[in-house]
Structures are given as structure tokens and as C-alpha cells.
Design a protein around this ligand. Structure first.
Ligand SMILES: Cc1ncc(C[n+]2csc(CCOP(=O)(O)OP(=O)(O)O)c2C)c(N)n1
Ligand SMILES: [Mg+2]
Length: 625
């Protein structure tokens, strides 16, 4: 057997460079690079290996470890989970900074490979700088806190352990049902130890990603249920897009007339103007989709995890509704007591279409849905052109960006009031044109994740919609975008604080307590009721973006915003368009509900009122057993 004498870190870099995924006979390099921030714990191990062989794996320097995991996740999502980036860190804080990124990737079922440094396997210098000492256990380090947020977790304590661990990591990363964050903790001494690695371990390897079909009996039962339904409705989730099932969906919808609504991850499954497209469903849903959901007698979920936003906290659907769930993950396919069709979305939709033969919904139902869709489109037009002043409304900002972006461009967002408004209002024209991280809704994902989107799709313009709160939490990757010449157009929507949570707080009787970036002259904590004497903070977010190298344009109204977006197209580096909006001009809910518990007893009358309202809402919750 041929062997190659390498350090564990050198073998790892060679192994990563040799991994490929393959679906539909098309092969992709699985790791297109490695992000990192060096310190002790990786600079002389993985860092040495990357420096020695830059041709194997491109190294990218990030500013924050959480951000680089978001970048890897944004990249992997944009590539439909067929490729990703690795992330290397030092030990201690460098490693634990990745926990939020790992959780976000795992919640969203997106593959990322995390390679944190770890304390010495030999334990001779313990406690090493940044080591957590655990008196009752010798074999733990801070990296153990990744266990619940990773789909595979391992620590390589001998160089030869890399062989089974790396293979196990790859199996999970390329398994569509299990994928998420995968972590290999790398003790700093072991990274530098040499071993005679078998050449086969380092050879080119291709991981097949299949398109399995559900069992024939389950398909038969599904066809029977669909044929006997009067008002079937498809809920398209992220699985439709990852599986590249949008054409199959369109074909099925065109022929059968079953209308489609979309989750956050599934938005883009159909273009917004397709006759069967009812748009967003659930807590942030459109009137068309929410009305269709309430009246549906059969729901066909495709690649959805049925989060509370999708089901409007289990109030969106009627008690008697049946569910058919097409999902690659058995875990999701069984939700809401659905008939589980465990399989690939595209293959299963094609098979259902074939088996349904000439069956279609009633013309009347088809017409009714098309009418609801048209009415919704008018509502979007109204909100795009509110003519609100003096400060513009957020819906007008969305309208301007939508109007001035090209169909194949990508809008990226994650937290605040913007994701819900985008879900309702963004007119998606391309299956990969809408990228909102709403599984973990991580403030700070926006710019970092968008960087990954741009790396994965350099030919598309990437529009980042970021609130002032998210911006302040994690804006530093603007610097990385300048460094890597990856242009982003960032629309910084400044409404002076956490408007979404302020609104939620007001609606629950607590007057927006602690959600506004303003301070009062007497030094007391302001709320968000608009009733106190307040002064704005002496803070200029535009200047901070300029300081990080971005080209900054300020827009005071919608016309200036449109001009700024046109001007931004001609700028080569990252542009930040800073627009101040009216914090109190939100987009309404459309017959939906979100379960946020309210205090059962309180001294505040508004809380008591909100509690009574909450109980009325709760009465609509269903079990779906
Ligand atoms: C890391 C993180 N911390 C806290 C939250 C809870 N949270 C959700 S939205 C939000 C406010 C976001 O403010 P901003 O980005 O300005 O958007 P706006 O609500 O004003 O639209 C907060 C604190 C979160 N989603 N993520
Ligand atoms: Mg804000």
C-alpha cells in the first residue's frame, strides 16, 4: 500500500481538496476554499498546511469567526448544498465564536465544515492559554459545547483518527437528510504530528447525491388522497429549491391547477406572477395564501420543516385537513401526522404528476385562486407606492429595490421586520433570487451570508437588506468584501433601533420597552411609545460603513433611494445605501397569528388586554394528530 508521510493538518487539507459531490451526473468540487482566523491552535497546524499548498485550497481571511460560518452557509445554500467552504479557527474564543454560525447552519440544514483548534491532546502544558479547565472531567474543552448544534462532531486525538473521522464528516455533509454543521476539533499538537497516510485516503473521491423515490404504497395512497381532495394546496419549502425541483413543480401545477404557497426558504419555488402562485404562507403570509390555507382540505408539504411561521403557530389550517409530506428527511416527512413520502422532491413531484394522469382541480377553484393572486398583487403594488412621508415606509424601500434589481439578482436578509415584509412583498423572479435566513433568523447573518452568496454566484448582483440593529451586530465583513473584491449592494434600513421587537412589545402591552436607539435627557431608559422626550443618539452608521471601505450613498426619500440604487450599479466595490425609514409604518398581518406568550398576571392594564387577546388566538391552535 502506498503511503504519504504528512502531518495530520496537511493530510486534512489534501483530503478536503480531493472531495467532490455529484448529482445528476454533474460533479462539483465540494470545498471551494477555507475561511479562517489564525491564532495558537491553528496557525502552525492547518495554517502551515494551507500556506504550504495554496494550490489545494484557497484561504480567505475573515474578521469574525461567526461571520465566516455564515459566509460558508450562504455559499452552500446558494450552491444548493452541493458545495461549501471550510472554516478554521484558533482554540478558545476563536472556536466558540462559531457556535451561533453552527446552530444557524444546522437549523437551516446547510452543510458547513468547522475546524476549530483544540487544547493539547497530550495535556502536558495544561492549562494552555484560553483553555477551559473542568475539574471533574479531563477530556472536555470548549469545543464540546458544539455538540447539540452539529450533525457530526469528532475530536482527532491521534493523526490516524483523521481517516475515519473525515470520511464520517463527508457522509453527513453530503447527506441531504442529515446535513448541517459538521465539526472536527483539532488538538493543536496532533495537527502537527506526522503519519503515513494511505494514498487512497487522499485520492479524488466523489460523493453521490441521489434522488430516491418514496415507497410505491405511500405514493399510491398519496395519489388517492389528492384525487379525492377538493381544495388541495402545496406548501413549497426550501427542499424544492435545493432539489432543483422548480420545473417539476411548475409542470405539476400547470397541469393539475393545485395552487402553491411558499415558506421563507421555499420562496422562489414559483415566480411571483405564475397563475398558481399564492405567495408567502403563515405568520408572514399573504392574504391569498392564508385564505387558501384556512380552506384547504389537503396540504402537500414539499421540503418544509413546518416552522411556527409557516403554520402560523398551528392556526393556519383547518382541523380536518390532511397532510402529505414530501421530504428527504424522515423526521420532517412525519410532521403534523402527515402521510410521509420520504424521498427527493424533484423525483417525487415528477412521479406524482405521472401517477395523477389527467386529474386536475375544479376550474372554479383554479379561478378563485388566480383571482386571489391578482388581488394580492394589487396590494403589493399599493404597498410599494404608499407615498408615505416625510420618512419613507419600509415597503417602499422593498419596492424600489425590487424594481431596480434584475430578475437573476439575489436579495439577502435574516432578522428584524424586513424578513416578514420581504416574504410578503418581494416579487421573486428566479428560484435563487431570494435568500432569507429565517430558520435561525440570526442578526448579523446579512452581510456575512451575502458574501457567501456572492462567492457562489459572482455573476449576480447581491442586495443585502440589513436593519440598523443587525448592522451594528455584525458589519465588519464589509471589510472582507472589500478585501476579496466581492461587491455587495447593502441597503442599510435605519429605523433607529429594533423596530420589529418594539412593535411586538407594543402589541403585547409593554410599550416597546428597551428597543429604541434613543436616550432621554434625564438618563432613564426610554420605551418605544413615542411619548417621551427623546434625543437621537449621536451616531452615524453611514460613516462607519465608509470607514470600513464601502462606497456610501445616503437617501432621504424613495426618489433618492432609486437614484442611489442606479448609481450603485456603476460602483465596482461594495456600496452601502443608508436610508432612514419610518419606524412606525409597518406592513400589516393578513389573517395570521404568531404564538408569543403574554404574562398571565400583570400590573399593566395593556398587558392584561394583550393576554386576553392571546388567549383568543390560542383557542385557534390545533394539534393535527
Ligand atoms: C443574534 C440575535 N439576537 C437577537 C435577536 C432578536 N431580534 C430579532 S429582530 C431584532 C431587532 C432587529 O433590529 P433591526 O436589525 O434594526 O431590524 P428592525 O427590527 O428595526 O426591522 C432582535 C433584537 C435575533 N434575531 N438575533
Ligand atoms: Mg431597526
Amino acid at each position: 500500500m502506498t503511503t504519504v508521510r504528512l502531518t495530520m493538518a496537511q493530510a486534512l487539507v489534501r483530503f478536503l481538496a480531493a472531495q467532490h459531490s455529484e448529482r445528476d451526473r454533474v460533479e462539483h468540487r465540494f470545498f471551494e476554499g477555507c475561511f479562517g482566523i489564525f491564532g495558537h491552535g491553528n496557525v502552525t497546524g492547518v495554517g502551515q498546511a494551507l500556506a504550504e499548498s495554496p494550490d489545494l485550497l484557497t484561504y480567505y481571511q475573515a474578521r469574525n469567526e461567526q461571520a465566516m460560518v455564515h459566509t460558508a452557509a450562504g455559499f452552500a445554500r446558494m450552491r444548493n448544498r452541493l458545495a461549501t467552504l471550510a472554516c478554521t479557527t484558533s482554540i478558545g474564543p476563536g472556536a466558540t465564536n462559531m457556535v451561533t454560525g453552527a446552530a444557524a447552519a444546522t437549523v437551516n440544514r446547510v452543510p458547513v465544515l468547522l475546524l476549530p483548534g483544540d487544547t493539547f491532546a497530550s495535556r502536558r502544558p495544561d492549562p494552555v492559554l484560553q483553555q477551559l479547565e473542568v475539574p471533574w472531567r479531563g477530556d472536555v474543552s470548549v469545543n464540546d459545547c458544539f455538540q447539540p448544534v452539529c450533525r457530526y462532531w469528532d475530536r482527532i486525538e491521534r493523526p490516524e483518527q483523521l481517516i475515519p473521522a473525515a470520511l464520517a464528516a463527508m457522509r453527513v455533509l453530503t447527506n441531504q437528510a442529515e446535513t448541517g454543521a459538521v465539526l472536527l476539533a483539532l488538538p493543536q499538537d496532533v495537527q502537527t504530528e506526522a503519519y503515513d497516510y494511505p494514498a487512497e485516503f487522499l485520492a479524488r473521491r466523489v460523493w453521490h447525491i441521489g434522488r430516491p423515490l418514496p415507497e410505491a404504497v405511500a405514493l399510491d395512497e398519496a395519489v388517492q388522497l389528492i384525487r379525492s381532495a377538493n381544495r388541495p394546496l402545496i406548501v413549497a419549502g426550501g427542499g424544492v429549491i435545493y432539489s432543483e425541483a422548480t420545473d417539476a413543480l411548475r409542470q405539476l401545477v400547470r397541469r393539475t391547477g393545485i395552487p402553491v404557497c411558499e415558506t421563507q426558504a421555499g420562496k422562489g419555488s414559483l415566480p411571483f406572477d405564475h397563475p398558481g402562485a399564492l405567495g408567502a404562507i403563515g405568520a408572514t403570509g399573504t392574504l391569498a395564501a392564508n385564505r387558501a390555507a384556512a380552506a384547504a382540505d389537503l396540504v402537500i408539504g414539499v421540503g418544509t420543516r413546518y416552522s411556527d411561521f409557516t403554520t402560523a403557530s398551528k392556526t393556519a389550517f383547518a382541523t380536518a385537513v390532511r397532510f402529505i409530506n414530501i421530504n428527504i428527511a424522515d423526521f420532517d416527512a412525519h410532521k403534523l401526522a402527515g402521510l410521509a413520502l420520504v424521498g427527493d422532491a424533484r423525483a417525487t413531484l415528477e412521479e406524482l404528476d405521472r401517477r395523477l394522469q389527467s386529474w386536475a382541480v375544479d376550474d372554479e377553484y383554479r379561478r378563485e385562486c388566480e383571482q386571489m393572486r391578482q388581488q394580492w398583487d394589487q396590494e403589493v403594488t399599493r404597498l410599494y407606492h404608499l407615498g408615505h412621508g416625510p420618512l419613507p415606509a419600509q415597503s417602499e424601500v422593498i419596492g424600489a429595490v425590487n424594481d431596480l434589481s434584475a430578475p437573476q439578482d439575489v436579495v439577502v436578509c435574516a432578522a428584524g421586520s424586513m424578513p416578514g415584509d420581504l416574504h410578503k412583498l418581494w416579487r421573486t423572479r428566479d428560484a435563487k433570487g431570494y435568500h432569507v435566513e429565517y430558520g435561525y433568523s440570526t442578526m448579523g447573518y446579512e452581510i456575512a451570508g451575502a458574501l457567501g452568496v456572492k462567492m457562489a454566484a459572482p455573476d449576480r448582483e447581491v442586495y443585502v437588506m440589513v436593519g440598523d440593529g443587525s448592522y451594528l451586530m455584525m458589519a465588519q465583513e464589509l471589510v472582507t468584501s472589500i478585501q476579496e473584491r466581492l461587491k455587495l449592494t447593502v441597503v442599510l434600513v435605519d429605523n433607529q433601533g429594533f423596530a420589529s421587537i418594539g412593535g411586538l412589545s407594543r402589541s403585547k402591552g409593554t410599550a416597546g420597552f428597551g428597543t429604541k436607539y434613543r436616550y432621554r435627557s434625564d438618563g432613564s431608559l426610554g420605551d418605544d411609545s413615542g411619548s417621551q422626550e427623546e434625543e437621537p443618539l449621536p451616531v452615524d452608521l453611514g460613516l462607519t460603513a465608509q470607514g470600513m471601505g464601502a462606497h456610501v450613498i445616503r437617501a432621504r426619500n424613495v426618489e433618492e433611494l432609486r437614484d442611489a440604487l442606479i448609481a450603485a450599479k456603476k460602483v465596482e466595490r461594495t456600496v452601502v445605501v443608508h436610508v432612514v425609514t419610518d419606524r412606525y409604518q409597518g406592513v400589516p398581518d393578513y389573517e395570521s397569528w404568531w404564538d408569543v406568550p403574554v404574562a398571565e398576571v400583570s400590573k399593566l392594564p395593556d398587558v392584561e388586554k394583550a393576554r386576553a387577546e392571546h388567549e383568543r388566538g390560542s383557542a385557534r391552535r390545533r394539534w393535527h394528530l
